[in-house]
Design a binder for this molecule. Structure first.
Ligand code: NAD
Length: 475
């Protein structure tokens, strides 16, 4: 097991560790304090803003080749450092170290894709028959402020900084104060690769104070956030005061439609692993399993068997598939939602309890026949709980899938191609997985609709989200 690291702010390329108030960072597997995180002062944030202004001015003028080669170099450094970064990530967040290293490698892959996109930021020319022309150009939107959550301490941060830097924007990122080390290491890799110290910076503090300070400045032209819908709405209102552009990657409540013509074994193997990945603290986690009656019992029994087989433990132990939840409020939240569901008549098929009294471990849990008025049917559980409900048929399943105001990821399992086309047309979601567990890829947009947010990260869309068009008319 690795040692944790000295934590710092990164402002203007300088590591700031001393003379600041600090926030304790806790290992969720042991509840021990492992680090002291310096908080940026108001004057630090003002410095970061002034730097972001000058950083934008220089970085946006770099050639596409130079931006691309710098991002590729950073990707290479991240690949070389992935094992170290992954171990820090497991210490501060809890997930199995193999997943943490995989998450870090995904950051490198995303940067590599974005490096290619630097060279594909095309405009278009409209040539009029009478000889005049209209040129549509794309320009970086300006300095970006990014705020990210603790559930994916690396990739959430890379999604904030990668697209912005590829587009030619400067960026100030505030990773979660609960899981800061992975984000600091990624920003450091960007600096080591040659991104100027005023073009990428990393700050911490009291989240609401930091975001109010940065969003209160006219220097920031775009806000990008990953976290809860409630905070996303709050930041959107702050951004609206100055009409800043926003990308909001918010909560979900993933429906999983399992039809009677599905490959049930494959669906079970894929979705049970998916449900308990990162202890269910995943915005695209499968949550409401809507199962056609004919296959309900088979699916239910197979799912419970798989939930009970999940090996829970410290993310550094061999063979562990699920670590602790990342914080105490996650355990409390899930406990209260399970109690509420039971009160409303849901069946608890397995799990339901916290494990031990040290570390935020929770049993993989399965509820069934959960009524619509239970809290957990309406609010994102963000924990290791699956809801299995029998459903009568396709129309009812689509209606239930679309009932909630969320629309991030949805899954469906069916062998009928016509049904897959109908689902692709009807399901209200930013991402739909048909007969697969996969909903994200570096070259495809990742994002939601309705209360799950707007704007995309990843794919060409992740770079375009940091650009604005300028139309040049020539007579
Ligand atoms: P939260 O929204 O309060 O916090 C998420 C992140 O946002 C944290 O890292 C926090 O530091 C930051 N944050 C909070 N308030 C902020 C502010 N005013 N300005 C800037 N940043 C701010 O959520 P939580 O309590 O940590 O988790 C609870 C719920 O959040 C979950 O149930 C889930 O719905 C949602 N969530 C979603 C994602 C996602 O990937 N979409 C990630 C984490 C949490």
């Amino acid at each position: 097991m690795a040692n944790y690291t000295t934590l710092n702010l990164l402002i203007g390329g300088e590591k700031i560790t001393e003379g600041r108030e600090t926030i304790e960072v806790v290992d969720p597997a042991t509840e021990e304090v492992i680090g002291q995180l310096p908080k940026a002062t108001a004057s630090d944030l003002d410095d970061a803003l002034a730097n972001a202004k000058s950083g934008f001015d220089t970085w946006r003028r770099k050639s596409a080749d130079e931006r691309a080669s710098t991002l590729l170099k950073a990707a290479q450094l991240i690949r070389e450092r992935a094992s170290d970064i992954g171990q820090l990530l497991t210490l501060e967040q809890g997930k199995p170290v193999k997943e943490a290293i995989g998450e870090t490698m995904y950051c490198a892959m995303l940067l590599e894709f974005y490096a290619g996109e630097c060279k594909r930021l095309y405009g278009r020319t409209l040539v009029r028959p009478e000889g005049s022309r209209v040129e549509v150009q794309y320009h970086p939107v300006g300095p970006v402020a990014g705020f990210s959550a603790w559930n994916f301490p690396a990739i959430n941060v890379m999604r904030k900084i990668g697209g912005a830097l590829a587009a030619g924007c400067s960026v100030i990122v505030k990773p979660s104060e609960e899981t800061p080390a992975a984000g600091i290491a990624l920003v450091q890799a960007m600096l080591d690769a040659g991104v100027p110290g005023d073009a990428v910076q990393c700050v911490f503090g009291v989240p609401d104070e930091v975001s109010r300070h940065l969003l209160g400045s006219p220097i920031i032209r775009k806000v990008t956030f990953t976290g809860s819908t409630a905070v996303g709405k709050h930041l959107s209102k702050l951004a609206a005061e100055d009409l800043k552009v926003t990308t909001m990657e918010l909560g979900g409540h993933g429906p999983v439609l399992v039809f009677d013509d599905a490959d049930v074994e494959k669906a079970l193997n894929t979705m049970a692993a998916n449900k308990y990945r990162n202890a269910g603290q995943v915005c695209v986690s499968p949550t409401r399993f809507l199962i056609q009656e004919d296959v309900f019992e088979k699916f239910r029994d197979g799912f419970v068997e798989r939930a009970e087989a999940v090996k829970v433990g410290n993310g550094f132990e061999d063979g562990v598939q699920m670590g602790p939840m990342a914080n105490a409020r996650g355990v409390d939240g899930i406990q209260s939602k399970i109690a509420n569901a039971k009160d409303r008549g849901a069946k608890l098929l397995t799990g339901g309890e916290r494990i031990g009294n040290q570390g935020y471990f929770h049993q993989p849990t399965v509820l069934s026949e959960v009524p619509l008025d239970a809290e957990i049917m309406n609010e994102e559980p963000f924990g290791p709980v699956a809801i299995l409900n029998p459903m009568s048929g396709e129309d009812a399943m689509i209606e239930e899938a679309n009932r909630l105001p969320y629309g991030l990821a949805a899954h469906a399992w069916t062998s009928d191609p016509a049904r897959r086309r109908r689902l692709a047309a009807e399901i209200e979601a930013g991402m739909l997985a048909l007969n697969t567990g996969s909903v994200s890829a570096v070259d495809a947009p990742f994002g939601g609709v309705k209360w799950s947010g707007h704007g995309s990260e990843d794919g060409p869309e992740g770079v375009m989200a940091c650009m604005v068009p300028k139309t040049v008319h020539e007579g």
